[in-house]
Write a protein that binds this ligand. Structure first.
Ligand code: FAD
Length: 544
């Protein structure tokens, strides 16, 4: 099959975390013809595959959409960067590699909200099926799956000190945040194998890309869903200067992510009628929930000057250490180049009244003023707090009918009083850990917030001035059965036939942790649903 073929069983829009999983699973039997459309290019950039290269991808337009939010009213009207992968693998090709699933209670809550089939017991088999856990198989972990998960190769004295300090502050050590309990401090695991990033493009798409029933079309921007009355029949897309149509006999599946899936629905006339009419567009279905309910994890980073030259800043700024790190990586796939966005960290409860951890700490052995900026010239490290279950809700809205114009993105960070209280409590908790003996010996200075920042009002002001995303936007095509939900529990768009959304945008509520693993799970489960429904309805051609 070549890229010009215009009729498929399934058209999948977006080859990101979810899209690559779908492409693999839907083509595995050889019975279905699948088109995978991706706005970005191939994942050849060398820094994609070296974990530490993550920092180099924040500002690279070749692999990143480089979105920014609208001014955030509760963050002093600052615009917040919103990086998203624009490349095969999507955001799993540019993310920080941390492998965290969230808490069992997250999924049980999805089920309690009315989404049958999404409790933790329901989704655990999909987490296990996806996983190739380097530590081996267990009740909660799988081996042999496409997604490699492994430990950071070596302990680091600063991380050891952080974990010990957390224990001194009364929190447990935790060697598996995806194990029986999430609470405590420890090292993160990464989606990596032998020091290489394991995006879904690597784990899922590579093994599938030569299948004759899969057409991967890159540098192709989907501009509209083709709808016949209230039925999806295909996708219009732009490649270079050409507009093409791809028909889908079975289904159109949106996997464009939290910003682009609602954008494409709105561009196709499926969204809030008032918004669409204000832009002079036809309304196919008035769905106020499309683009609503945007949730994200806000992180507030505390910066420290270190007493010893043992941080990544010192490696990067020394020619000798840099060369040594490069050689270690090339020869042994070990050393500083193998670390992701966080090395160690933890999940903590800010109050005994909270049943499960409500804040996450990322402990990072380098420091810079902002994510992706040059590392400081002095030894430094960062510990950040993020609130795990934000109540603030924002939106994604198109600004025009032009698919190449970025949508308006406004997460409305800290607009809820609970979120403000929790971030302040989290900062106080983190300071308590950092002031324990194990950590104190490494701290020459708390650079941000400085020592003048003492009471709750100061800490909130600091959060407003310095808070930024930890890159986990979700829920703009929320799953549910209520009037503003966008997809049902089988991820079918309400009221539109043969159209599904399968990506991070369907989460009813953001999970309590980093989002990539849960989106792989969603896509694994979503693929099963697509294939089951095709089988039951007998509507997809069986034309191997
Ligand atoms: C900088 C950064 C760091 C992160 N760190 C971590 C981490 O350490 N651990 C973790 O678990 N999570 C992390 N995340 C979050 C996680 O990677 C994302 O939640 C996840 O990858 C999103 O998956 P998705 O399938 O919903 O969307 P994406 O992976 O973003 O995929 C969407 C794809 O659709 C394509 N697309 C969009 N619109 C169109 C269109 N109109 N036509 C064609 N193609 C289109 C995009 O180019 C993209 O490839 C991070 C994210 C970022 C950006």
């Amino acid at each position: 099959m070549n890229a010009d073929a215009d009729s498929f069983d399934y058209s999948v829009v977006g080859a990101g975390t979810a899209g690559c999983v779908l492409a693999n699973r839907l083509t595995a039997s050889g019975r279905h013809q699948v088109l995978l459309l991706e706005a970005g290019g191939h994942d050849r950039h060398v820094w994609i595959h070296i974990p530490l290269g993550y920092g180099k991808l924040f500002t690279n337009p070749k692999v990143n959409w480089l979105y920014t939010s609208e001014p955030e009213p509760d963050l002093n009207n600052r615009r917040i960067i919103q990086p998203r992968g624009k490349v095969l693998g999507g955001s799993s090709s540019i993310n920080g590699l941390l492998y965290i699933r969230g808490q069992p209670a997250d999924f049980d809550r999805w089920r309690q909200l009315g989404n049958s089939g999404w409790s933790f017991d329901d989704v655990l088999p999909y987490f296990r099926r996806a996983e190739d856990q380097a530590r081996g198989e267990g009740a909660l972990h799988g081996v042999g799956g496409p997604l490699a998960v492994s430990d950071v190769c070596e302990p680091h004295p600063l991380c050891e000190a952080f974990i010990e300090a957390a224990q001194q502050a009364g929190f447990p050590r935790n060697d598996d945040f995806n194990g029986p309990t999430q609470e405590g401090a420890g090292y993160f695991q990464l989606t990596a194998r032998r020091g290489r990033r394991w995006s879904t493009a690597v784990g899922y798409l590579r093994p599938a890309r030569r299948r004759p029933n899969l057409a991967i079309v890159s540098n192709a921007l989907a501009s509209r869903i083709l709808l016949s009355r209230r039925r999806a029949v295909g996708v219009e897309y732009r490649q270079s200067d050409t507009t093409r149509l791809a028909y889908a006999n079975g289904e159109v599946i949106l996997a464009g992510g939290t910003f682009n899936s609602p954008q494409l629905l709105q561009l196709s006339g499926v969204g809030p009628a008032s918004l669409l009419r204000s832009l002079g567009m036809d309304v196919v279905a008035d769905m106020p929930g499309v683009g609503a309910d945007l949730q994200d994890h806000l992180q507030v980073r505390m910066q420290y000057r270190c007493t010893e030259r043992i941080t990544m800043n010192d490696v990067i700024h020394s020619w000798r250490h840099r060369t040594g790190a490069g050689l270690r990586y090339v020869l042994f796939r070990k050393g500083p180049l193998t670390i992701g966005a966080g090395y160690a960290g933890g999940f903590f409860r800010t109050s005994p009244m909270v049943a499960t951890p409500d804040v996450q700490v990322h402990f990072i052995i380098f420091s810079a003023d902002t994510a992706g900026a040059a590392l400081h010239s002095f030894p430094g490290f960062i510990a950040s707090v993020c609130q795990l279950r934000p109540e603030s809700r924002g939106f994604v809205r198109i600004k025009s009918a032009d698919p190449s114009e970025p949508p308006a993105i406004q997460p409305r960070y800290l607009s809820s009083p609970t979120d403000r209280d929790t971030i302040v409590a989290g900062l106080k908790l983190l300071r308590r850990i950092m002031r324990q003996p194990a950590m104190r010996r490494y701290i020459a200075e708390e650079r941000a917030p400085d020592s003048g920042c003492t009471n709750d009002a100061d800490l909130l002001a600091f959060a407003r001035a310095a808070g930024t995303t930890v890159f986990h936007p979700t829920s703009t095509c929320r799953m549910g059965g209520d009037p503003t939900a966008v997809v049902d529990e089988r991820l079918r768009v309400h009221g539109i036939d043969r159209l599904r959304v399968i990506d991070g945008s369907i989460m009813p509520t953001v999970v309590s942790g980093n989002t990539n693993a849960a989106i792989v799970m969603i896509a694994e489960k979503g693929a099963d649903m697509v294939l089951q429904d095709a089988f039951v309805q007998g509507r997809v051609s069986i034309s191997a």
